[in-house]
Ligand binder design. Structure first.
Ligand SMILES: Cc1ncc(COP(=O)(O)O)c(C=O)c1O
Length: 440
């Protein structure tokens, strides 16, 4: 079989979050995609069990999104966002504000999840500065949280490997304990019932540091990159109560959870907890053009803006904030989500994915299966002296059998596009099952 990668010089490209030497000895290339399927460079179909990377919620190359990008590129390819706007970005902001919970009606555009997180942290800091409490500079993250690859996101993130080579990061950051506990939560379906009390650790952090030093707490409604760690019943509610009591902003990093993954526009809606700031990206354009956004309560935006009436109020932004192509792609993606009822569809498929994944509970070496929305994970016991080996071998074996999943350590995560069919969910689970049977 002719392999396209044999004609490519694989040398110069340095792949992100990838074991580059291993990749280049056994490269995996995709050359096209449509709906739930990729095509590989050797002509095989690959069922996308990961929505690309938690982003292609409407499936790949959706004709409506493709057309919107094409038309926008022909009409207005770029407009500076500093002191100048264009109509599509205003329409998009209006639409996101209408979708957002409560009064999170101010929208700041970025180009990625990492930029959304850094923007959210900066807005939180600027807000306290503007309202006369500049001592509130400390951020609280969470163990095993992932908030992107910027220095801000890495600092509040809680995954050691992501931080170890990068020095001391932002000063003053403290971390809540993770919400996951194998002993008390293994094989939970949906939200585990044990663990709401883990939010009380925030009271201890406040007692040690004093509320007047803390700007914001940032968490993912469910932690995706760390392997689908689902919040215990009552946990997010308790974080909200404690942050409100102490004047601390609550930021939800909804880069993965917004736009349907949880069967709702936002995780905030699914869990019935309204934060002060929501960071989004990925599904906002269904992954078709990079874009992120930060939604804040209007009062937060107004406080910052009113503090500097006739000048630039927030010295922050990006060359590509609200890029016309991204804005057009986002408008089209939101159209598709609505027209095809994809958020409801995710909710309807949740029990199907739950059943399919939990049926793997008795496979060799499986120590946990968990799920929420259209996302789930299977965790394996690590092999002696080779933590993570089973996870990456499972990923590679599934890829070879035509299914794309995501491995993180000894966890395999699944999060298919919201257009996935029930039979395709069964295929993903069956392939994982056969891989697990054969993995040593
Ligand atoms: C919760 C969360 N925040 C931030 C990010 C970073 O997004 P990006 O890779 O677009 O910078 C991710 C990426 O997976 C994420 O899952």
């Amino acid at each position: 079989m002719r392999r396209l990668h044999n004609e490519l010089d694989l040398g110069p490209y340095w792949l992100p979050f990838t074991a580059n030497r291993a990749f280049k000895t056994n490269p995996r290339l995709v050359v096209s995609a449509s709906g739930t399927r990729y095509r590989t460079d050797d002509g095989r179909e690959l069922l996308d069990g990961m929505s690309g990377l938690w982003c292609c919620n409407a499936g790949h190359s959706h004709p409506r999104i493709v057309e919107a990008i094409r038309n926008q590129a022909a009409e207005l390819d770029y407009a500076t966002a500093f002191q100048v706007g264009h109509p599509t970005v205003f329409r998009l902001a209006e639409r996101l504000a209408a979708m957002a919970p409560a009064d999170l009606d101010a929208v700041f555009f970025t180009n990625s999840g990492s930029e959304s997180v850094d923007t959210a942290l900066k807005i939180a800091s600027a807000y306290h500065h503007a309202r006369g409490e500049p001592s509130r500079t400390r951020f609280v993250g969470r163990e095993r949280g992932y908030h992107g690859a910027g220095f801000g996101g890495m600092s509040v993130g809680g995954i050691g490997n992501n931080r170890k080579a990068f020095g001391t990061l932002l000063p003053g950051v403290v971390h809540l304990p993770q919400t996951y506990d194998l002993e008390h939560q293994a094989f939970s379906r949906g939200q585990p019932t044990w663990g709401a009390h883990l939010a009380d650790e925030l009271e201890r952090i406040v007692a040690v540091n004093h509320a007047s030093t803390i700007a914001a707490v940032i968490v993912e409604p469910f932690a995706g990159s760390a392997g689908v760690l689902v919040p215990p019943v009552g946990y997010l509610e308790r974080l909200r109560e404690i942050t409100l009591r102490h004047g601390i902003l609550l930021i939800f990093d909804e880069v993965i959870t917004a736009f349907g993954r949880l069967g709702a526009a936002f995780g905030a809606e699914r869990f019935g907890v309204v934060p002060d700031i929501i960071a989004v990206a990925k599904g906002i354009t269904s992954g078709a053009v990079p874009m992120g956004a930060v939604l804040t309560r209007e009062e937060i935006r107004d406080t910052v803006v009113d503090n500097a009436p006739d000048a630039i109020e927030l010295f922050h932004g990006y060359t590509y904030s609200g890029h016309p192509l991204a804005s057009a792609a986002a408008m089209a993606a939101l159209d598709v989500y609505e027209a095809e009822g994809l958020f409801d569809r995710a909710r309807d498929l949740e029990p199907v994915l739950e059943e399919a994944l939990h049926a793997l509970a008795d496979k060799p070496n499986v120590i946990d299966v968990r799920n929420i929305g259209l996302a789930g994970a299977v965790e394996f016991a690590p092999r002696d002296g080779a933590v993570g080996a089973r996870g990456s071998e499972a990923f590679e074996a599934a890829f070879d059998r035509g299914v794309l999943v995501r491995a993180t350590g000894d966890i395999v995560a699944v999060a298919p596009p919201l257009v996935v069919k029930e039979e395709e969910i069964e295929i993903i689970a069956a392939v994982l099952g056969s891989v697990l049977d054969e993995l040593g």
